[in-house]
Write a protein that binds this ligand. Structure first.
Ligand SMILES: Nc1ncnc2c1ncn2[C@@H]1O[C@H](COP(=O)(O)OP(=O)(O)OP(=O)(O)O)[C@@H](O)[C@H]1O
Length: 771
């Protein structure tokens, strides 16, 4: 058997040979791309010239259109061809840097010699396309690399389960074509390689983890059977990483049936969206769509200002009196059931539907009573949605018949008289004066056109269901609900009053959004989006059950992957993972749910994770990854002035060592104060981040913890973990989330006695100083 040195030499030769192959293919592809580019330019130029000739010189419009269409298709084809080549070139260039990261030797049944397969971020075939030089990490056979230990193994292929024997598994780190590190392993993916991957300094973008995907993560990535994949993973366990690789995997396996636009990810904030935006492109895939809950609601409530999770959190921390029990009720499963029950009620009581006048020129054009009568004339056995649709059609029909009358009105005559040349020209449309027999006909035509144009606004209102006042309907729904036992009558009354009052100011509280949207959709039979095949929801602990139920309803064709960590609850008291999973499963009732728990935490050093987990009631379940670093520091200052001095000193020390340092605070107000303190000393190195920011700068960043969700930093300073500063019921979630953002170093600063959540056990894991 060859010794380690000559093995490595042989492997380097294989790398060199692969790179030669890649270089040859790059050359060919580049030449093909150049000529494709020339062709596109020529076709586009031709198209441009033809298009302009057609517009001015050719009379036969139909013929000209079909010619244009042919040309357009030609342009589209050449552009597509060019895009494919460009993509191939990019993949080859990426592979050139690091052609692969793994090798498996397998011995198929009946074979004498094992076969070596190399695994990388994309596949590479030899010139005559008969053999794979590198297998894509998503190919069926590559599953063995992530899942199998040496010996008999099975892997899934489209043709069914296959068996083989895994005789060797080797991992590589290759940089700029040179093997930096290489070793054989019996495990799934050895710790040594992970150590290396995790020890790096952070940069502004999340990295892909293909080379070191762990077995449980691989289960998430390759799950194609479940309609609900629920991932509860402790902080830093690779949930976000795993789902991004999962998206790449799904795209690879359903190339023809799925594209990136049919996948949507609900991400916690804009910073996060930016942070993860490089992972899919680094795997040669297009990014999926991303939306924040805030953005989603903004679109669904146009014209209203929807309270965001952050706003609610900020107001709650200043005004804890707002009844949590009410929010819990409105955001729970029962309330959504009540919406359905209310719909039954409306089915039986058509007179309870809140129709509203459709006004035109400050007068009711269709009165609510009239609309109500049309609705009631529809067969009672129909669903509400169908009856409303019939009503809508009847209104549109009536509107059309009334255009004639309006056209004869005095005000139309006056407006027509006042039209300038352009206005008249627009009213004529395709017609010319020659098309009319006499002036009366011409006048009637123009009046009709003008009336139609003016009444467009009524048409749109009908089309958009503005003849039903859903906000008032929801208010009626609230009024008929039985008040939950835990809620005081006066609180319930003030919630009802508050709802109406907020509407007057065009505002709506977050807790009302899910039941209101649900009611509106069920009544109108609209609001569902069938185009999406996959919905991913990150940080599930921040979504109410009602919102998740609503999202399931809103994306009826989609499979859901919902992930989060019940113990990073910032906005509500902490829940045990088991409780949350049970609740979700019950509430969402999918047919093929799959629950995966990730317990190993990768992000932080062992010292940081050990401290973070000591805060949790069931923290001993978390497995720290063995990567050592300094003990986290706790500085207990006598007062805020001393705490500020400690902050300046710590920031200076950490800034010497690391590129990104985050100072994490409880809320926005404290982030501002901290920023001002730091800014005096560090000037432009320090940045205050808020809800609207989408780019994470390097240096020292100050942000409230809820904006740091899903992010990580080389070092983190948890600002003011004193008993006085942190609300008792949320202190665990807050400190846990702050601590788990740090990769290499963590400092906690407390102005006054430290929160009792950091008990004696936790203190022992810290380096403590008083200042
Ligand atoms: N298999 C892996 N190989 C290499 N790095 C990994 C692996 N799994 C996770 N990591 C790294 O661990 C860190 C945490 O991963 P990620 O952000 O995906 O975790 P998370 O569970 O979403 O965390 P949180 O809930 O705390 O936001 C990242 O730096 C990620 O690159």
């Amino acid at each position: 058997m060859a010794d380690e040195y000559s093995e490595r030499k042989l492997e380097q030769q294989r790398v060199d040979w692969t790179i030669q192959q890649i270089d040859a293919q790059i050359k060919k592809t580049q030449a093909a791309l150049d000529s494709a580019h020339k062709e596109t330019r020529a076709v586009e130029k031709n198209f441009g010239e033809n298009a302009s000739i057609n517009r001015y010189e050719v009379d036969d419009i139909a013929e000209s259109r079909s010619e244009l269409e042919q040309q357009r298709q030609l342009v589209a084809r050449t552009v597509e061809n060019e895009t494919i080549l460009r993509h191939q070139l990019q993949t080859l260039q990426q592979l050139r840097e690091s052609p692969y990261f793994g090798r498996i030797d397998i011995l198929d049944p009946g074979e004498k010699e094992p076969e070596s397969l190399y695994i990388g971020t994309a596949s590479l075939m030899n010139d005559d396309k008969t053999d794979f030089i590198v297998y894509d990490w998503r190919a069926p056979i590559s599953g063995i690399y992530y899942n199998g230990t040496l010996g008999k193994v099975q892997y899934q292929t489209p043709a069914g389960t296959q068996s083989t024997t895994l005789v060797k598994k080797r991992q590589f780190t290759i940089k700029d074509g040179q093997i930096i590190n290489m070793f054989d392993t019996n495990e799934t993916v050895g710790d040594q390689m992970l150590q290396e991957a995790l020890g790096h300094q952070n940069d502004q973008y999340m990295q892909n983890i293909v080379a070191t995907i762990q077995k449980e993560q691989n289960d998430i990535i390759r799950d194609t059977k479940s309609d609900l994949l629920l991932v509860q993973g402790v902080a830093g366990s690779g949930k976000t990483s795993a789902i991004l690789q999962r998206i790449a995997y799904l795209l690879y396996h359903s190339r023809t049936a799925l594209n990136a636009d049919q996948i949507v990810l609900f991400s916690p904030n804009l910073l996060f969206s930016h942070y993860i935006s490089d992972v899919l492109p680094s795997l040669g895939e297009r990014n999926m769509r991303q939306v924040t809950l805030e953005g989603f609601l903004r679109r669904r409530f146009e014209g209203l200002n929807v309270e965001s999770l952050f706003e609610r959190y900020e107001t709650r921390s200043q005004n804890p009196a707002i009844s949590l029990d009410i929010a819990n009720y409105l955001e729970g499963t029962d309330c959504m059931h009540q919406v359905k029950a209310y719909l039954e009620f409306l089915q039986q009581h058509p007179d309870a539907i809140c129709f509203t006048d459709l006004n035109f020129r400050q007068q009711p054009f269709f009165s609510a009573e009239h609309i109500q009568a049309i609705y009631q004339a529809q067969p009672a056995a129909m669903t509400i949605a169908d009856r409303l649709l019939k009503t809508k059609n009847a209104l549109i029909k009536e509107l059309k018949s009334r255009i004639q009358n309006v056209a004869k009105s005095d005000w139309i005559a006056k407006e027509l008289n006042d039209q300038d040349v352009i206005g008249l020209h627009n009213l004529y449309g395709q017609k010319t004066i020659d098309d009319f027999a006499d002036e009366d006909e011409q006048y009637a035509y123009l009046s009709y056109q003008l009336a139609k144009k003016r009444l467009r606004i009524v048409y749109d209102a009908i089309y958009n269901n503005y003849f039903i006042d859903f906000n008032s309907q929801y208010e009626k729904f609230l009024q008929q609900l039985s008040r939950p036992a835990a809620v005081k009558k006066s609180d319930w009354q003030s919630m009802l009053f508050g709802y109406r009052q907020q509407l007057e100011y065009h505002r709506i509280a977050l807790m009302h959004t899910a039941p209101l949207m649900y009611l509106r959709d069920l009544m109108s039979g609209s609001g569902q989006n069938r185009a999406f095949q996959y919905v991913f929801i990150d940080e599930m602990q921040d979504y109410s059950l009602a919102m998740l139920i609503y999202l399931k309803h809103a994306f009826p064709k989609a499979r859901f992957t919902i992930l989060g960590d019940s113990e990073q609850a910032l906005f509500k008291p902490l829940q045990l993972p088991g409780q949350l999973l049970q609740q979700l499963n019950d509430a969402l009732a999918f047919k093929h749910p799959n629950l995966i728990e990730l317990k190993r935490s990768y992000r932080s050093t062992m010292e940081i994770t050990d401290f973070a987990k000591s805060l949790l009631p069931d923290g001993d379940q978390i497995i720290s990854f063995t990567r050592h670093g300094a003990k986290p520091r706790l500085i207990t200052a006598a007062d805020s002035a001393d705490a500020a001095a400690a902050l300046l000193q710590q920031a200076a020390i950490l800034h010497e060592r690391y590129a990104t340092i985050a100072v994490l605070t409880k809320d926005r107000a404290q982030a501002k104060q901290v920023y001002q303190t730091l800014h005096r000393q560090f000037k432009s190195i320090v940045h205050l981040l808020d809800n609207q920011d989408s780019v994470l700068p390097v240096g020292i960043v100050v942000l409230p913890i809820y904006l740091a969700k899903g992010l990580e930093f080389d070092a983190a300073i948890a600002w003011n973990v004193s008993d006085q500063n942190l609300p008792a019921e949320r202190a665990v979630g807050l400190i846990y989330t702050m601590a788990s953002r740090a990769m290499h170093e963590l400092t906690l600063i407390s102005a006054g006695p430290v929160s009792s959540v950091i008990d004696q056990n936790a203190i022992q894991l810290l380096e403590t100083t008083k200042s």
